[in-house]
Design a protein around this ligand. Structure first.
Ligand code: MG
Length: 161
């Protein structure tokens, strides 16, 4: 059967931290705050994949109280979730995500993000969508307080699983 999942995440900008999106370090005045590398794009995708197989969210599987995963690469989180998917007898079909940020410019990095995410998820790059938009200057995203991401995932699972 075909399953779908949805994911949303947001992280706050802070100074003196690298900005990691889709596993790419993007030169910027601010990075994102978080227990892991704060890769908001990878986190939204992680929750979409977990949701598709009826699992609890990324915060449950990778709690911010776990010191052993402080600063962990979120691509590593995606690799672990892809393994969990395999253990459930499920197969990821595709993921699609949108970043919402006023800055920095995402476009020049989309190719590398898709390649990183595809590798971590065991998907061809054509099955990994990464898009970006601004929030038209409105609200907390418009005030450049952080970056948000939303994602969907499609999973194929045998009826028996
Ligand atoms: Mg997060």
């Amino acid at each position: 059967m075909n399953l779908v999942g949805i994911g949303y995440d947001v992280h706050r900008f802070i100074e003196e931290r690298p900005l990691i999106l889709g596993g790419v370090e993007i030169p910027h005045t601010h990075g994102l705050d978080g227990h892991s590398d704060a890769d908001v794009l990878a986190h939204a995708i992680a929750d979409a994949v977990l949701g598709a197989i009826g699992e609890r969210d990324i915060g449950h599987h990778f709690p911010n109280t776990d010191e052993s995963i402080r600063g962990i690469s979120s691509l590593e989180i995606l690799r672990k979730i892809a393994m969990l998917l395999g253990q459930r007898g499920a197969k990821l079909v595709n993921v699609d995500a949108t970043l919402i940020a006023e800055q920095p410019k995402i476009g020049p990095h989309v190719g590398e993000m898709r390649a990183n995410l595809a590798e971590a998820l065991g998907l061809p790059m054509t099955r990994v969508g990464v898009k970006a938009t601004t929030n038209e200057g409105m609200g907390f995203l418009g005030r450049r307080e952080g970056i948000a991401a939303m994602a969907v995932a499609s999973v194929e699972q045998p009826e028996t699983a």
